[in-house]
Design a binder for this molecule. Structure first.
Ligand SMILES: [Zn+2]
Length: 1015
């Protein structure tokens, strides 16, 4: 073909490069910048200060290494009437690293924040009135970023400062080239059998023949631009029609609240990104921007009120789309059930209070590492309608069949869900997509090509704009979006919003395929375990908030509302998808530690959580519990002195406060040691340890069966070499078991507790540079065996797991998730099964046959694997990137093995709550009454809290056994009214009739019900 023989695509490509420099028609140099270094992102820049003594950065010189916060100053004077085009600042300040790492600055003109300059935003259009012949001070407050990917703290690279200038832009040249570039991109991407391809090349060829490119390029070139532009348009019009497919171009900036930068830096990034968006909106009247995460809006309102006023105005105008649903784009596997509710409650209330009823009803989680199966129900109960994600396409093996689907949740709720289809290659992944398109031919055309619902859906979103550290669209990108309009043979591209996209496809919902499962991410499996301390801090903070709210609700009266809200905001903030998963730099976790200390202090204002002897049972179950009282407590009855206090046994009602009243424990608890080993038992179960302290036998006395697999020990501490291919803190790869060993190295094994209420064996082992100490405990009234563990860990790239081979065989295991549980295969028949070699769970996972099973519980871990009859829990990961000191030092955690008769629906939930939530010892005295109790065992009252508006209590419960039917809730006193509400605490349905203290309501499998109760 002619164009092949004549290399037309290559020729046009070269021509575009040749004339690109003609976009800048004139240049007006100014004096090189002077710079002052700032101590941190938090440091206030000394705007307006005398800079005469500051260091000068000459043009064409190297400056600033990585991670430098700075303020630069210079001055521009633009003569009146100067310009033959549009005036702009051109700031080629240097490039380093990849997309995460570039010098980025907020430009102030005469002390007012104006727009941002960064790697992608080199050219900043200026207001015409600056051409007044007077000097204007320009200041750049910014950060140089980290060295690259992966970040290397020792990297000494410098940035290169090219000459900056005021320039005048030749708009006609700029626009012609933008259109020509897109046309060439389309021609390259279309296949040879498409007539449009060849006609577009004809159009380009004709256009460039009109261009006067005789040396030296000058006035004749500019005079020829209109002819060339017209030739191009005429040719394109002849080339064909666009496809009858609409791509909704959604301007977006993915903002990782913390990642390769601390939160203090994202607060600066906010100003840089948003000022840019506002300037672009002035220049492009059709341009819209869609943005999530109320936390970021809140920071901006605090830090940059003038920028926030600009946002408000654009929101009111309808061009800035407020959306997202949650307080931050959080992880959804690790946060607790109530925390996910609070993400929605805080997020939606903030938008409503700040902007009115404008939020687009979508849960926007493009970058979250796997989506919990509880989400569809939460989405609907929070008043949202749609879900958008992207990460599902980062699976290593399998693709969820429909890119647009009805996602059916654990309870049957269905939500219209779209997974972005814009392709971009990511290392070794088979079908990755992205939420930050550069609107290249590959990505625009690929967005349609990658859709797997072409028969039904001809509207698709394409999110464009730089991220993950903000940036957003550039003028160049927006012009590219415009240049796509009317392009023959390819999808139409329109400026649009998330709302417009979902509204366009909503009618197809009844015809879409259903996905009835969690959205398990086949990748990033290590995030369930990385930075073990923060998983623990989050779990403990969620429990403390739960307990403080229950106690505040019980106490009635005024609640320290601001303290409670601030505590929840901090809990939610730290659940961001790179903080709680453990995938940020060291500094981020240093900040998080301070936040968790602050959360404790705030919750103590809501209700003191210790400091007395009244026993607060904050779990929704009546349980016989072993309680540790302070050493000096005087009580009558059976007690046992322990290292941490006086033990008593007492049965406590759910959600109650009781005075200590020791009960007589069941007889039969004992522990004995001789040269052959140790035996520990109660009336229900017997444990035998070898002389090497291996747990070699667990015998269930009431079921009369062995628990462990014959010939195999339980509580095996296994260590595996953990060097994932790509993302160190994120991944555990399929080959992690290639090289592993069991920790032996026994240094101590002795009985440390031997009384009527608890027996305990302390085992210590050393391993390489690390030590593991475990206290294995048994109480008289339960088969639960607790392994209270403290590890001093000084290893890297090793994954520590504990394994229990058990005599139970089932094709499926059950794992607790928020607001329910999920079954997953224990075999590897298919690639879908194979991929789930490390899965998320909350407090328990269970492997049961008919009539008998074993549960493995934990008090702060999230990564499980149960393969055939071996149950394992991941304990420590110890990656070195991006945090070189991740998981070094002390780890404290407890896991427990619970052999049981029947299935997990028996006592597993109650035992898991008990393990996690010991009774609180609070001041005052107790009345021993359950504030609220479910009379059926399949109902869990998860939350008891003061209503947000102070009107009554909110009681949130759920069906936990996948059972249907009426259930009864009993309150301590007869309620005045019981009003069903949604997650935003708005009325949802008719009030429920009560019968004295009882309320009966119907429940369906895994249904969540929230009630406003007034007494
Ligand atoms: Zn992200």
């Amino acid at each position: 073909m002619t164009h092949d023989r004549r290399f037309t695509t290559q020729k046009i490509g070269k021509r575009i490069k040749l004339v690109e420099r003609m976009i800048f028609r004139d240049r007006l140099p100014f004096a090189p910048f002077r710079i002052t270094r700032l101590t941190s992102a938090e440091a206030e820049p000394p705007l307006g200060a005398d800079a005469s003594g500051w260091e000068v950065i000459p043009w064409d010189s190297y400056w600033g290494g990585q991670n430098l916060n700075y303020l630069m100053v210079s001055e521009i004077t633009i003569p009146r009437g100067w310009t033959s085009g549009k005036i702009a600042l051109h700031l080629p300040m240097g490039e380093a690293g990849d997309i995460f790492t570039h010098p980025e600055s907020l430009l102030y003109i005469d002390g007012v924040p104006y727009a941002s300059a960064d790697r992608y935003h080199h050219t900043i259009y200026l207001p015409q009135d600056l051409a007044d012949g007077h000097p204007h001070r320009i200041e750049l407050h910014g950060w140089t970023g980290l060295s690259g990917w992966p970040p290397d703290p020792t990297d000494q690279s410098k940035l290169f400062m090219k000459p900056c200038a005021v320039v005048s832009i030749d708009l006609a040249t700029r626009d012609f080239l933008s259109r020509a570039e897109v046309a060439l991109d389309v021609a390259r991407k279309l296949s040879d059998d498409r007539p449009e391809k060849h006609r577009i090349l004809n159009a380009l060829d004709a256009a460039f023949l009109q261009l006067d490119t005789r040396d030296p390029l000058g006035d004749a070139f500019y005079r020829s631009i209109p002819r060339a532009a017209e030739a191009l348009e005429v040719g394109l019009a002849r080339a064909g029609q666009p496809m009858d497919v609409t791509l909704h171009a959604i301007g977006h900036a993915h903002m990782d609240i913390a990642y390769l930068w601390p939160i203090s830096q994202i607060r600066r990034k906010n100003a840089r990104t948003y000022s840019n968006v506002l300037r672009l909106m002035e220049r492009f009247p059709d341009y819209t921007f869609s943005h999530s995460q109320p936390q970021l809006y809140d920071y901006t309102a605090q830090d940059y009120p003038e920028i926030f006023d600009g946002i408000r105005a654009r929101v009111a105008e309808g061009r800035w789309e407020v959306m997202g649903g949650m307080w931050v784009e959080c992880d959804t596997n690790i946060p607790g059930g109530e925390a996910l509710v609070r993400q929605l409650l805080l997020g939606r209330r903030y938008f409503r209070d700040t902007f009115g009823e404008v939020e687009t009803p979508v849960l926007w989680l493009p970058d979250t590492f796997g989506l919990s199966w509880c989400l569809p129900q939460l989405i609907k109960q929070a008043g949202l309608k749609w879900m958008l994600t992207n990460k599902a396409s980062w699976n290593q093996y399998n693709q969820i069949p429909a890119s647009t689907t009805m996602w059916q949740g654990i309870d049957g709720t269905e939500v219209l869900t779209h997974s972005l289809t814009t392709p971009r290659s990511v290392q070794h992944l088979p079908f990755p997509t992205n939420y930050k398109s550069d609107l290249s031919g590959e990505e625009v055309i690929g967005t349609w090509q990658s859709s797997t619902v072409k028969e039904r859906i001809s509207d698709l979103p394409i999110c464009y704009g730089y991220g993950d550290g903000g940036g957003g669209p550039t003028g160049q990108l927006i012009r590219r979006a415009e240049a796509w309009q009317g392009m023959p043979g390819v999808p139409k591209l329109e400026f649009s919003t998330v709302r417009a996209f979902f509204e366009a496809i909503e009618g197809e919902a009844p015809h879409l395929a259903t996905w009835a499962d969690e959205m398990y991410l086949e990748g990033h499996r290590g995030v369930l375990t990385s930075q073990g301390w923060i998983k623990r801090a989050n779990r403990k903070a969620e429990i403390a908030a739960h307990d403080a709210e229950f106690l505040a609700a019980r106490a009635g009266g005024a609640v320290a509302r601001d303290a409670l809200t601030e505590a929840w905001k901090l809990i939610c903030l730290n659940q961001f998808h790179d903080i709680l998963p453990g995938t940020s730099i060291t500094e981020v976790f240093d900040d998080a530690r301070k936040d968790y200390a602050r959360i404790d202090a705030l919750l103590a204002e809501v209700h003191p959580l210790n400091g007395g002897t009244a026993l607060a049972n904050t779990i929704p179950f009546a349980k016989t519990r072993t309680v540790t009282l302070p050493h000096d407590t005087m009580v009558d009855g059976v007690t046992q002195n322990a290292e941490d206090g006086i033990l008593i046994q007492q049965t406590l009602p759910p959600y109650s406060v009781s005075d200590p009243a020791p009960e007589t424990p069941q007889a039969g608890l004992s522990i004995a040691q001789d040269a052959t080993g140790t035996v520990m038992e109660n009336a229900l179960i017997r444990l035998e340890f070898s002389a090497d302290a291996d747990l070699i036998r667990i015998y269930d006395k009431t079921a009369q069966r062995e628990v462990l697999k014959p010939g195999e020990a339980g509580n095996r501490l296994q260590v595996f070499e953990d060097r994932p291919i790509s993302w160190d803190a994120w991944d555990i790869d399929a080959f992690f078991e290639d090289r592993g060993e069991v920790i032996t190295g026994l240094t101590r094994c002795e009985i440390v507790e031997s009384g009527p209420l608890r027996v305990a064996l302390r085992i210590e082992r050393s391993y390489r540079n690390s030590r593991v100490a475990q206290v294995i405990r048994l109480t008289p009234h339960s088969k639960r065996i607790d392994f209270v563990t403290e590890v001093d860990w000084h290893e890297t790239h090793l994954l520590l797991k504990v394994a229990f081979p058990v005599q139970v065989f089932s094709p499926n295991a059950t794992y607790e998730i928020q607001w329910g549980s999920i079954e997953r295969p224990t075999h590897r028949n298919t690639l879908w099964d194979y991929a789930k070699f490390e899965v998320p769970a909350h407090r328990w996972a269970d492997l049961s046959e008919e009539g008998y099973g074993v549960a493995l519980l934990n008090d702060c871990k999230y990564g499980y694997d149960i393969r055939e009859d071996v149950m394992r829990l991941s304990l420590i990961k110890s990656a070195t990137m991006p945090d070189p000191v991740a998981d070094q030092g002390r780890h404290v955690f407890t896991y427990a093995l619970l052999p049981h008769e029947g299935c997990w629906r028996g006592d597993v939930l109650a035992e898991a709550y008990e393990l996690n939530m010991p009774p609180r010892l609070i001041g005052g005295t107790g009345d021993g009454r359950a504030l609220v109790a479910a009379l059926e065992p399949n109902v869990v009252v998860e939350t008891v809290k003061p209503a947000e508006d102070g009107d009554g209590l909110i009681v949130r419960l759920f069906e936990a056994h996948r059972r249907r039917g009426p259930v009864t809730i009993r309150f301590a006193d007869a309620p005045r009214s019981v009003q069903p509400v949604n997650l935003l605490e708005e009325d949802a349905g008719a009030p429920l009739p009560s019968d004295g203290p009882d309320v009966t309501l119907p429940l369906t499998p895994f249904q969540i019900v929230s009630l406003r109760v007034r007494f």
